[in-house]
Design a protein around this ligand. Structure first.
Ligand SMILES: C[S@@+](CC[C@H](N)C(=O)[O-])C[C@H]1O[C@@H](n2cnc3c(N)ncnc32)[C@H](O)[C@@H]1O
Length: 259
Protein backbone atom coordinates (compact mmCIF):
# COMPACT_ATOMS: atom_id res chain seq x y z
CA UNK A 1 0.00 0.00 0.00
CA UNK A 2 1.38 3.40 -0.94
CA UNK A 3 1.83 6.02 1.73
CA UNK A 4 -0.77 8.20 0.06
CA UNK A 5 -3.59 5.71 0.46
CA UNK A 6 -6.50 6.77 2.61
CA UNK A 7 -5.50 4.59 5.57
CA UNK A 8 -2.27 6.49 5.99
CA UNK A 9 -3.86 9.86 5.30
CA UNK A 10 -4.96 10.15 8.91
CA UNK A 11 -1.99 9.75 11.16
CA UNK A 12 -3.78 9.67 14.52
CA UNK A 13 -6.40 7.26 15.85
CA UNK A 14 -10.09 8.04 15.54
CA UNK A 15 -11.25 10.73 18.00
CA UNK A 16 -14.39 8.62 18.55
CA UNK A 17 -12.37 6.16 20.65
CA UNK A 18 -11.12 8.99 22.90
CA UNK A 19 -14.67 10.37 23.13
CA UNK A 20 -16.09 7.00 24.21
CA UNK A 21 -13.31 6.53 26.78
CA UNK A 22 -13.98 10.04 28.21
CA UNK A 23 -17.74 9.37 28.52
CA UNK A 24 -17.18 5.93 30.13
CA UNK A 25 -14.66 7.31 32.66
CA UNK A 26 -17.00 10.26 33.28
CA UNK A 27 -19.86 7.80 33.88
CA UNK A 28 -17.79 5.93 36.49
CA UNK A 29 -17.21 9.19 38.41
CA UNK A 30 -20.82 10.39 38.14
CA UNK A 31 -22.34 6.99 39.08
CA UNK A 32 -20.13 6.93 42.22
CA UNK A 33 -21.31 10.46 42.93
CA UNK A 34 -25.01 9.61 42.40
CA UNK A 35 -24.88 6.41 44.45
CA UNK A 36 -22.75 7.48 47.41
CA UNK A 37 -22.94 11.27 47.71
CA UNK A 38 -26.07 12.78 46.18
CA UNK A 39 -28.68 10.17 45.15
CA UNK A 40 -31.41 12.85 45.22
CA UNK A 41 -29.93 14.34 42.01
CA UNK A 42 -31.47 11.44 40.04
CA UNK A 43 -34.85 13.14 40.49
CA UNK A 44 -33.51 15.85 38.15
CA UNK A 45 -32.37 13.98 35.01
CA UNK A 46 -31.11 17.07 33.11
CA UNK A 47 -28.95 18.08 36.09
CA UNK A 48 -27.70 14.49 36.39
CA UNK A 49 -26.88 14.65 32.65
CA UNK A 50 -25.01 17.90 33.20
CA UNK A 51 -22.94 16.30 35.97
CA UNK A 52 -22.15 13.35 33.69
CA UNK A 53 -21.21 15.88 30.96
CA UNK A 54 -18.92 17.79 33.31
CA UNK A 55 -17.20 14.55 34.45
CA UNK A 56 -16.70 13.42 30.84
CA UNK A 57 -15.47 16.88 29.88
CA UNK A 58 -12.89 16.73 32.69
CA UNK A 59 -11.77 13.28 31.54
CA UNK A 60 -11.46 14.54 27.97
CA UNK A 61 -9.24 17.36 29.27
CA UNK A 62 -7.07 14.82 31.13
CA UNK A 63 -6.85 12.76 27.93
CA UNK A 64 -5.50 15.85 26.10
CA UNK A 65 -8.38 15.95 23.59
CA UNK A 66 -8.75 19.21 21.61
CA UNK A 67 -10.56 21.89 23.63
CA UNK A 68 -13.75 21.83 21.55
CA UNK A 69 -14.29 18.17 22.52
CA UNK A 70 -14.70 19.30 26.14
CA UNK A 71 -17.66 21.48 25.12
CA UNK A 72 -19.19 18.55 23.20
CA UNK A 73 -18.80 16.23 26.21
CA UNK A 74 -20.37 18.80 28.52
CA UNK A 75 -23.39 19.39 26.29
CA UNK A 76 -24.03 15.85 25.01
CA UNK A 77 -25.56 14.06 28.09
CA UNK A 78 -28.03 16.84 29.12
CA UNK A 79 -29.06 17.27 25.46
CA UNK A 80 -29.56 13.51 25.17
CA UNK A 81 -31.82 13.62 28.25
CA UNK A 82 -33.78 16.57 26.81
CA UNK A 83 -34.04 14.86 23.40
CA UNK A 84 -35.32 11.69 25.05
CA UNK A 85 -37.97 13.70 26.92
CA UNK A 86 -39.41 14.89 23.58
CA UNK A 87 -40.60 11.29 23.02
CA UNK A 88 -40.10 11.59 19.25
CA UNK A 89 -40.56 8.43 17.15
CA UNK A 90 -37.20 6.57 16.90
CA UNK A 91 -37.37 6.99 13.11
CA UNK A 92 -36.78 10.74 13.52
CA UNK A 93 -33.42 10.10 15.21
CA UNK A 94 -32.52 7.49 12.60
CA UNK A 95 -33.28 9.92 9.75
CA UNK A 96 -31.33 12.71 11.46
CA UNK A 97 -28.36 10.37 11.91
CA UNK A 98 -28.53 9.25 8.26
CA UNK A 99 -28.64 12.87 7.05
CA UNK A 100 -25.65 13.86 9.17
CA UNK A 101 -23.74 10.81 7.90
CA UNK A 102 -24.61 11.47 4.23
CA UNK A 103 -23.58 15.15 4.48
CA UNK A 104 -20.45 14.85 6.64
CA UNK A 105 -19.52 11.22 5.88
CA UNK A 106 -16.61 9.79 7.92
CA UNK A 107 -15.23 13.04 9.34
CA UNK A 108 -13.98 10.94 12.27
CA UNK A 109 -11.63 9.18 9.83
CA UNK A 110 -10.83 11.93 7.33
CA UNK A 111 -10.51 14.60 10.06
CA UNK A 112 -11.80 17.08 7.46
CA UNK A 113 -15.12 18.73 8.32
CA UNK A 114 -17.37 20.57 5.87
CA UNK A 115 -16.83 24.31 5.63
CA UNK A 116 -16.85 26.36 2.47
CA UNK A 117 -14.50 28.75 0.70
CA UNK A 118 -15.97 32.25 0.70
CA UNK A 119 -16.40 34.50 -2.36
CA UNK A 120 -13.42 36.76 -1.52
CA UNK A 121 -11.08 33.78 -1.25
CA UNK A 122 -12.50 32.34 -4.48
CA UNK A 123 -11.63 35.67 -6.16
CA UNK A 124 -8.06 35.48 -4.82
CA UNK A 125 -7.76 31.88 -6.01
CA UNK A 126 -9.00 32.84 -9.49
CA UNK A 127 -6.01 35.20 -9.77
CA UNK A 128 -3.67 32.23 -9.24
CA UNK A 129 -4.93 30.23 -12.22
CA UNK A 130 -2.42 30.79 -15.04
CA UNK A 131 -3.71 32.17 -18.35
CA UNK A 132 -4.84 29.83 -21.11
CA UNK A 133 -6.92 26.65 -20.83
CA UNK A 134 -6.09 24.90 -17.54
CA UNK A 135 -7.26 21.95 -15.46
CA UNK A 136 -8.12 22.76 -11.85
CA UNK A 137 -9.00 20.20 -9.17
CA UNK A 138 -10.70 20.85 -5.82
CA UNK A 139 -9.94 17.87 -3.55
CA UNK A 140 -12.98 17.60 -1.28
CA UNK A 141 -15.16 20.04 -3.21
CA UNK A 142 -18.05 20.26 -0.71
CA UNK A 143 -21.11 21.84 -2.35
CA UNK A 144 -19.02 22.79 -5.43
CA UNK A 145 -19.72 26.50 -4.90
CA UNK A 146 -16.06 27.41 -5.26
CA UNK A 147 -15.78 25.58 -8.59
CA UNK A 148 -18.90 27.25 -9.93
CA UNK A 149 -17.50 30.70 -9.09
CA UNK A 150 -14.18 29.86 -10.76
CA UNK A 151 -15.89 28.30 -13.78
CA UNK A 152 -17.92 31.44 -14.43
CA UNK A 153 -14.84 33.65 -14.24
CA UNK A 154 -12.70 31.29 -16.37
CA UNK A 155 -14.86 29.63 -19.04
CA UNK A 156 -11.64 28.62 -20.89
CA UNK A 157 -10.67 26.22 -18.04
CA UNK A 158 -12.00 22.84 -16.84
CA UNK A 159 -12.84 22.45 -13.14
CA UNK A 160 -13.04 19.06 -11.44
CA UNK A 161 -14.28 18.48 -7.90
CA UNK A 162 -14.07 15.23 -5.98
CA UNK A 163 -16.22 14.69 -2.90
CA UNK A 164 -16.80 11.55 -0.81
CA UNK A 165 -19.90 12.55 1.19
CA UNK A 166 -22.84 11.21 -0.88
CA UNK A 167 -25.43 13.92 -0.20
CA UNK A 168 -22.90 16.74 -0.46
CA UNK A 169 -21.67 15.28 -3.77
CA UNK A 170 -25.26 15.00 -5.09
CA UNK A 171 -25.97 18.60 -4.06
CA UNK A 172 -22.79 19.83 -5.78
CA UNK A 173 -23.57 17.81 -8.89
CA UNK A 174 -27.15 19.09 -9.21
CA UNK A 175 -26.16 22.73 -8.63
CA UNK A 176 -23.29 22.48 -11.15
CA UNK A 177 -25.21 20.66 -13.88
CA UNK A 178 -25.74 23.81 -15.98
CA UNK A 179 -22.00 24.55 -16.20
CA UNK A 180 -20.30 22.46 -18.89
CA UNK A 181 -16.79 23.16 -17.54
CA UNK A 182 -17.53 21.85 -14.02
CA UNK A 183 -17.25 18.10 -13.38
CA UNK A 184 -18.23 16.79 -9.95
CA UNK A 185 -17.15 13.25 -9.07
CA UNK A 186 -18.06 11.01 -6.17
CA UNK A 187 -14.97 9.44 -4.62
CA UNK A 188 -11.94 9.57 -2.39
CA UNK A 189 -9.38 12.16 -3.42
CA UNK A 190 -6.54 9.99 -2.07
CA UNK A 191 -7.28 7.65 -4.98
CA UNK A 192 -7.46 10.46 -7.56
CA UNK A 193 -4.31 10.79 -9.76
CA UNK A 194 -3.12 14.41 -9.84
CA UNK A 195 -0.83 14.45 -12.88
CA UNK A 196 -3.45 15.99 -15.19
CA UNK A 197 -3.99 19.13 -13.12
CA UNK A 198 -2.31 22.53 -13.40
CA UNK A 199 -3.67 23.65 -10.04
CA UNK A 200 -4.86 21.55 -7.12
CA UNK A 201 -6.82 23.34 -4.42
CA UNK A 202 -7.17 21.96 -0.88
CA UNK A 203 -9.24 23.31 2.00
CA UNK A 204 -8.90 20.45 4.47
CA UNK A 205 -7.44 20.49 8.01
CA UNK A 206 -3.96 20.16 9.56
CA UNK A 207 -4.22 16.35 9.86
CA UNK A 208 -3.96 15.25 6.20
CA UNK A 209 -1.36 17.84 5.14
CA UNK A 210 1.80 15.70 5.60
CA UNK A 211 0.30 12.79 3.60
CA UNK A 212 -1.07 15.20 1.00
CA UNK A 213 2.41 16.61 0.52
CA UNK A 214 3.78 13.11 -0.22
CA UNK A 215 0.99 12.54 -2.74
CA UNK A 216 1.41 15.86 -4.57
CA UNK A 217 5.23 15.48 -4.65
CA UNK A 218 4.82 12.07 -6.24
CA UNK A 219 2.10 12.96 -8.75
CA UNK A 220 2.01 16.65 -9.71
CA UNK A 221 3.99 17.86 -12.74
CA UNK A 222 6.78 20.48 -12.53
CA UNK A 223 5.43 24.02 -12.67
CA UNK A 224 1.99 23.07 -11.33
CA UNK A 225 0.55 24.65 -8.24
CA UNK A 226 -0.86 23.28 -4.97
CA UNK A 227 -2.90 25.93 -3.14
CA UNK A 228 -3.95 25.13 0.43
CA UNK A 229 -6.47 27.36 2.13
CA UNK A 230 -5.55 28.01 5.79
CA UNK A 231 -3.43 24.89 6.38
CA UNK A 232 0.28 24.93 5.65
CA UNK A 233 2.32 21.86 4.83
CA UNK A 234 4.49 21.26 7.91
CA UNK A 235 8.22 21.87 7.41
CA UNK A 236 7.85 23.10 3.81
CA UNK A 237 8.46 26.66 2.71
CA UNK A 238 5.61 27.87 0.53
CA UNK A 239 6.38 29.62 -2.74
CA UNK A 240 4.24 32.45 -1.39
CA UNK A 241 1.34 33.10 0.97
CA UNK A 242 -1.62 35.11 -0.28
CA UNK A 243 -3.28 37.14 2.47
CA UNK A 244 -6.97 37.31 1.58
CA UNK A 245 -8.90 40.41 2.62
CA UNK A 246 -11.89 38.48 3.99
CA UNK A 247 -13.36 38.52 7.51
CA UNK A 248 -11.47 35.44 8.68
CA UNK A 249 -8.21 36.71 7.13
CA UNK A 250 -7.73 33.53 5.13
CA UNK A 251 -4.30 32.63 3.90
CA UNK A 252 -3.61 30.73 0.70
CA UNK A 253 -0.39 28.71 0.92
CA UNK A 254 1.06 28.15 -2.56
CA UNK A 255 3.54 25.37 -3.36
CA UNK A 256 5.14 23.94 -6.49
CA UNK A 257 5.51 20.29 -5.38
CA UNK A 258 6.72 18.98 -8.74
CA UNK A 259 9.73 21.35 -9.03
C1 LIG B 1 -13.45 22.04 4.27
S1 LIG B 1 -14.51 21.33 3.07
C2 LIG B 1 -14.05 22.27 1.64
C3 LIG B 1 -15.12 22.33 0.57
C4 LIG B 1 -14.70 23.05 -0.70
N1 LIG B 1 -13.42 22.60 -1.18
C5 LIG B 1 -14.63 24.53 -0.48
O1 LIG B 1 -13.50 25.00 -0.33
O2 LIG B 1 -15.68 25.20 -0.43
C6 LIG B 1 -13.71 19.77 2.82
C7 LIG B 1 -14.52 18.76 2.05
O3 LIG B 1 -13.67 17.64 1.76
C8 LIG B 1 -14.45 16.46 1.82
N2 LIG B 1 -13.51 15.35 1.99
C9 LIG B 1 -12.77 15.06 3.09
N3 LIG B 1 -12.00 13.98 2.87
C10 LIG B 1 -12.24 13.59 1.59
C11 LIG B 1 -11.74 12.52 0.78
N4 LIG B 1 -10.82 11.67 1.24
N5 LIG B 1 -12.19 12.42 -0.49
C12 LIG B 1 -13.13 13.29 -0.96
N6 LIG B 1 -13.66 14.31 -0.23
C13 LIG B 1 -13.21 14.46 1.02
C14 LIG B 1 -15.38 16.71 2.97
O4 LIG B 1 -16.52 15.87 2.89
C15 LIG B 1 -15.72 18.19 2.78
O5 LIG B 1 -16.85 18.34 1.96
Amino acid sequence: MSNTDSDSSTSTRSPLIGAIVAQVLGAVVSVLLFVFIMPEILAYPVLAGLIQGASASMMSYRLHAPRWWQAIHLAFPPLAVLGHSLALPPMVWLIAFALVLLIFWRTDQSRVPLYLTNATTAGALAQLIPSGPRYVLDIGCGDGGLLRRLARSRPDCEFVGIEHAPLTWLWARVLSSSLSNVHIRLGDFWKQPLAAYDLVYAFLSPTPMPALWLKVREEMRPGCLLVSNSFAVPDQNPLNIIEVADKRQSQLYCYRPGD
